[in-house]
Structure formats: structure tokens, C-alpha cells
Design a protein around this ligand. Structure first.
Ligand SMILES: O=P(O)(O)OC[C@H]1O[C@H](OP(=O)(O)OP(=O)(O)O)[C@H](O)[C@@H]1O
Ligand SMILES: O=c1cc[nH]c(=O)[nH]1
Ligand SMILES: [Mg+2]
Length: 209
């Protein structure tokens, strides 16, 4: 069963509250999403493997620790997931970036694929799938399917806000994928939007509405 980790750090919660406010404009929304993504990835990567290495400082040699496990890759789900890339790259500059293009059909709420390009060596990487919103879970589940079809089986899902419906969908379809969120909201409305949520993340990020 997927583990669900909710980050209740005061800085994350403060910034997310500003993002939820309907009066927050595109510039601030974009900056906050990037900042929260950076704070989240700090915790998401807490259990990465390290190994002991010897380092020569200007004073002496000492035993230190450095990353030793799988290299990381990040996979934003377009469009809104793009807003989390910079924040993550700031902390993990060597990560390769793949893209999955999906939009949710407004009537059926089913995901429609329009792009998928993953790094060639994704199979050997631990992938962080980025999307601010986990609503019905249809988009994230489809994205995970694409990734698994390409032979990658090590991934984590990182969302800003999740609805219980989305969590249940991922736990059913992909019990091997852990989910990291900044907030677990109440429910979905009749249009499939998260309540209370923050509205349409892609439109708020790119100012398209
Ligand atoms: O869990 P689901 O019910 O599938 O909904 C979540 C999806 O909806 C949003 O994308 P959207 O379809 O609005 O595309 P956009 O990012 O291009 O705006 C969001 O960024 C997720 O990808
Ligand atoms: O609340 C929601 C649900 C899906 N996509 C969004 O951008 N917001
Ligand atoms: Mg959208």
C-alpha cells in the first residue's frame, strides 16, 4: 500500500495558504509553488542512500557521507507540474528531467495524453513525479502507467494538494508508489475540483484565465 506523507511544516503551510487565496496573482503563485516544491523535496529525499567517503579538508582528512543510491530524475506532469521543476532542480541540480503532457477532459474528467519524453536512462533512476494537484487521480495514475510501460519501477509522487479520491486511486492502481503532499483536502466538487483547493493550478500558474 502506498505510504502517504503529509508535510505539516509551518513554512510550507504558510506559503500554501497564500497560494490558496484567490487574490494571489500569477507572479506570487509561481514563486510560492517553486519555493514549496524545494521545501518538499528536501523531505521527500530524506531516506536516500548515502555511503561513507574520505574527504581531505584544508585541515585534515575525515570520513563523510555522500549520496550513493540511484540517481534522481524528475517528471513534471504538464502543464502545472512545470511550476515545481525549478524548486526541485535548485536542490538536485544533476537530476534529469522528463515531461509527460496530460490534460483532463473537462466533461469526462479522463486524462488525455499529448506528450511523453523521459530521460534515456530513466530505468536506472529514482523518479519524482511532480504535479501540484491530485484530484480524481486519473492524470497521476496515467502518468505512472507511462513510466512503468517504459520499464521504470522506482518513483515517488509529489503533490501540493491531494483529495481523498486521488489518494485512493493511486493506492488502488499503484500501491508501490508513495505519495508526498503538502495538504490533504476535503473532497472533490461536481466538476472534479478539489475543495477547498486553490482552483485550476495550471491557469493560475500561467495566467491563462
Ligand atoms: O487528478 P485529476 O482529476 O486527473 O486532476 C489533476 C490534474 O488536473 C490538472 O491538470 P489540467 O488537466 O488542468 O491540465 P493543465 O495543467 O494543463 O492545466 C492538474 O495539474 C493535474 O494534472
Ligand atoms: O482542483 C483542481 C483539480 C484538478 N486540477 C486543478 O488544477 N485543480
Ligand atoms: Mg488546468
Amino acid at each position: 500500500m502506498s505510504k502517504v506523507v503529509v508535510f505539516d511544516h509551518p513554512l510550507i503551510q504558510h506559503k500554501l495558504s497564500i497560494m490558496r487565496d484567490k487574490n494571489t496573482g500569477t507572479k506570487e503563485f509561481r514563486e510560492l509553488l517553486s519555493e514549496i516544491a524545494m521545501l518538499m523535496v528536501f523531505e521527500v529525499t530524506r531516506d536516500l542512500e548515502t555511503k561513507e567517503v574520505e574527504v581531505e579538508t584544508p585541515i585534515t582528512t575525515c570520513k563523510c557521507r555522500m549520496l550513493s543510491g540511484k540517481k534522481l530524475g524528475i517528471v513534471p506532469i504538464l502543464r502545472a507540474g512545470l511550476g515545481m521543476v525549478d524548486g526541485v532542480i535548485n536542490l538536485v541540480p544533476a537530476a534529469r528531467v522528463g515531461h509527460i503532457g496530460l490534460y483532463r477532459d473537462p466533461k469526462s474528467l479522463e486524462p488525455v495524453e499529448y506528450y511523453c519524453k523521459l530521460p534515456e536512462d530513466s530505468v536506472n533512476r529514482e523518479l519524482l513525479i511532480l504535479d501540484p494537484m491530485l484530484a480524481t487521480g486519473g492524470s497521476a495514475s496515467a502518468a505512472i502507467n507511462f513510466i512503468k510501460q517504459r520499464g521504470c519501477h522506482h518513483m515517488r509522487l509529489v503533490n501540493l494538494i491531494a483529495a481523498p479520491e486521488g489518494i485512493a486511486r493511486i493506492q488502488k492502481d499503484h500501491p508501490d508508489v508513495d505519495i508526498y503532499v503538502a495538504a490533504l483536502d476535503d473532497h472533490l466538487n461536481d466538476h472534479g475540483y478539489i475543495v477547498p483547493g486553490l482552483g485550476d493550478a495550471g491557469d493560475r500558474l500561467f495566467g491563462t484565465k
